[in-house]
Design a protein around this ligand. Structure first.
Ligand code: WT7
Length: 713
């Protein structure tokens, strides 16, 4: 099929900007870097001469020195740096204005963030079409490798050509159902190829997707549907995780019975693994017993047959919203984080390329669900805009056994693997043989994201999984930041266990003292803020700009407040210490719960721990430690004493756990985060006020904890 945008782009030269830099990536990576010698920067302080032509960004960051030169440039001249970064994308109109941002809520303009504001582009076009247009053979390159929950089930590979066809068709299905540019579309899907198709199709027609993680309850869905006023929902009949079939469409039915959702008039339902023969009995039952409302509910496979394969990408302004993604705030309603098109795509594209040192042909795997920002930025937009091959894994790390990740890595020859510390910790609690009996020779880079990775987990990941061959990319960022902010760059510099190292290009960090609100000069520890805007930053909270300003810009005027604590060391390395709201103040001492956890995790018998404070009339707060022991370790009084001593020894005698509670399981969200909020309520104790526990993987864990907690007696 001939692709309409190709002709349009190529004939109107002054209008489309096809980047020289991006075509060079696919042709011969080094040429672009070596060829030009204009205006070479020489960094004088270096023993080896670093050269970089100032006219386009280098293909790779090869050393700390190269990083420093480019970093300084990105801070001194953000307009030129981010213009060059934008050249990695294809634009219908290349922006003439690059940065136009204001962080100071006190000035007349107020907090206002705009990047590339007169640029015109389409995110889907940049993730799919253009790769094929630049090089027709890309139509045959695998874009997505689907790895189903059960390893023996049929898996399939989707090429860029097939993906383009399906995205166009599904985009036409959306259009047929009345979806227009700017409409919000709620997506409630498992981790499957069809989810990528749905998101890219929304982006293609300029609809704003709002993905709600498939583990969220009907209540949560309803709340998010009504907050952004979406009239259409894309879902699947069911999802499969850890051998269990979980209903999705049925939860949507439940949500749609609530009055917040009365505006929803269309539900498009994918059949999971449509056309595949195998199906578990419980799944088959679920499919056959679905409620169906004619005129509202439609099977996607039937709708796809009624549309053609011609669908022009919508021309979007760089500042048109690309998606909304809800994150839980510390209180109240979830926050609808808004990301826009040009800046977000530029930022995820560049971070993905540099941080993972992605090279054409590499197979990449991110274990995060598309329901989270990591899935958006680093399973879809970052990799696909770089023409990567990505493994989409439906399942969990422990099913059918704890070798699952390592087996997938061998099966698909994964080169770059990105996961979360919680997964690493749960896997390292088992015998190393579950790792070492696999090959893992394909691995080049290992990533970690989502929470601080304790040095023990880092070491295990590095030594046992990566056999010391692979850098550990401990990347710190947030839903609000769109992409990685403080992170190693693969192969560029020395790493330290549990240390996120250095800020990405254009990211300026600043520490503040929590009590005095004064800036601190590194080396020091304090609350982490960012001094100036970067393109991937969230622009607002959907329909709640004032709250956006309150939460992120009022704590420290003129700065973006991250909510995290950070230590900047002598060598400039940044060590994220955890949420600042997790700091305990005990007898006048500030104690980071993450620090105590790191100490506990240090013990050979400990798999994982979570430390929370409770009100204590004498000490202000007391320290309560939940500790999960490794397989077959006995809970003894002796071990309890050892752990208390270990904490005192490692941090200081003023840091003494008041309670050590051995807990086989901790309450976790589906993304693997320990819900400290619930633990705090248990030990306070305020168990009548636990709040919403529906998002936990296993809500019964909470009852077990309450029963065993001495403070609830
Ligand atoms: C919070 C953001 C980043 C995408 C997934 C989570 C914590 C994240 C790290 C890290 C220490 C980390 C922070 C941050 N966090 N990555 N490498 N080291 N802490 O996105 O749900 O918006 O959570 O996760 O506390 O503020 P999120």
């Amino acid at each position: 099929l001939t692709s309409p945008p190709l002709q349009i782009n190529r004939t109107s030269h002054h209008e489309i900007h096809t980047s020289a830099a991006s075509s060079a990536i696919w042709a011969s990576p080094l040429n672009n870097y070596q060829r030009k010698s204009v205006n070479t920067i020489r960094s004088r302080s270096l023993s080896t001469e670093t050269t970089w032509n100032e006219s386009s960004l280098p293909e790779k960051i090869k050393s700390l020195d190269e990083y420093k030169v480019l970093y300084d440039f990105s801070i001194k001249d953000p307009n030129r740096f981010w213009k060059m970064a934008a050249e990695r994308l294809d634009w219908y109109r290349f922006p003439t204005k690059i940065k136009n941002t204001e962080f100071d809520y006190r000035c007349e303009r107020g907090v206002d963030i705009k990047w590339y504001e007169d640029g015109i582009l389409n995110a889907c076009y940049n993730c799919v079409d253009r790769h094929i247009e630049h090089d027709h053979s890309t139509a045959q390159q695998v874009a997505l490798i689907f790895e189903p929950d059960t390893p023996t089930e049929s898996r399939h590979h989707v090429t860029y050509g097939e993906l383009l066809r399906d995205v166009k068709k599904f985009a036409n299905v959306l259009k047929k159902h009345g979806v227009k540019k700017g409409d919000r579309v709620t997506v409630y899907m498992p981790m499957v190829v069809e989810t990528c198709i749905a998101l890219l199709a929304c982006a293609r027609i300029g609809a704003i997707h709002s993905v709600v993680f498939g583990g969220f309850s009907a209540n949560n869905v309803a709340e998010r549907v009504s907050d952004c006023d979406s009239k259409i929902i894309i879902t699947s009949d069911f999802g499969v995780r850890g051998g269990k079939c979980s209903p999705l469409k049925a939860k949507i039915d439940q949500a749609l019975k609530m009055k917040q959702c009365s505006a929803v008039n269309t539900v498009l339902v994918f059949q999971r693994n449509h056309g595949m023969p195998e199906m578990k009995d419980d799944c088959a039952d679920l499919r056959s017993s679905l409620e169906w409302k004619d005129g509202r509910d439609f099977w996607v496979h039937e709708e796809m047959e009624k549309v053609n394969e011609i669908c022009e990408p919508e021309r979007m302004n760089a500042e048109d919203p690309l998606f909304i993604l809800y994150t839980s705030g510390s209180t109240g309603k979830p926050k609808g984080i808004v990301h826009t098109t040009g800046g977000y795509l530029t930022y995820t594209n560049l971070t993905f390329k540099y941080v993972f040192d992605y090279n054409p042909g590499d197979v990449y795997m991110c274990t995060a669900d598309v329901g989270w920002i990591t899935g958006h930025s680093y399973a879809i937009y970052g990799p696909m805009s770089n023409r990567a091959t990505t493994v989409i894994f439906e399942g969990v790390p422990t099913y059918p056994d704890v070798s699952r990740y390592w087996n997938i890595i061998d099966k698909h020859q994964v080169n770059i693997f990105y996961t979360a510390p919680t997964a690493i910790r749960s896997l390292m609690a088992h015998d190393d043989k579950y790792v070492t009996h696999t090959s893992r020779q394909s691995l080049k880079v290992l990533g970690s994201v989502g929470e601080p990775i304790n040095p023990e987990a880092w070491e295990w990941y590095h030594t046992v999984v990566g056999e010391k061959r692979c850098p550990i990319i401990d990347s710190w960022w947030q839903t609000e930041t769109g992409g990685m902010m403080i992170t190693p760059i693969a192969h560029a510099w020395e790493l330290e266990p549990g240390v996120a190292t250095l800020p990405f290009f254009g990211v300026q960090t600043k520490l503040f003292d929590k009590a005095t609100k004064k800036p601190l000069n590194p080396p020091n520890s304090g609350e982490l803020c960012i001094s100036d805007s970067w393109p991937g930053q969230a622009r607002t909270l959907y329909g709640a700009h004032e709250r956006f300003v309150d939460v992120y810009f009022k704590q420290y005027p003129n700065y973006y407040f991250t909510g995290d604590g950070c230590e900047i060391k002598e060598n400039g390395y940044h060590h994220i210490t955890g949420r600042v709201d997790d700091v305990l103040v005990i007898s006048g001492h500030n104690i980071g719960t993450a620090e105590v956890e790191a100490a506990l995790d240090h013990h050979d018998h400990v798999s994982e721990s979570a430390v929370v404070g409770y009100p204590d009339p004498k000490k202000n707060q007391g320290m309560y430690c939940f500790v999960t022991l490794k397989d077959d370790v006995e809970e003894t009084e002796e071990l309890r004493k050892q752990l208390i001593k270990l904490v005192r020894d490692m941090i200081g005698a003023h840091v003494t756990p008041d309670f050590i509670h051995f807990a086989p399981n901790l309450p976790k969200t589906r993304s693997g985060k320990i819900m400290r909020r619930i633990l705090r309520k248990i030990v306070e104790p305020d168990i009548s006020n636990l709040g919403d526990t529906s998002t936990l993987t296993d809500p019964s864990v909470v009852d077990d904890l309450i029963k065993k907690c001495p403070r609830t007696k």
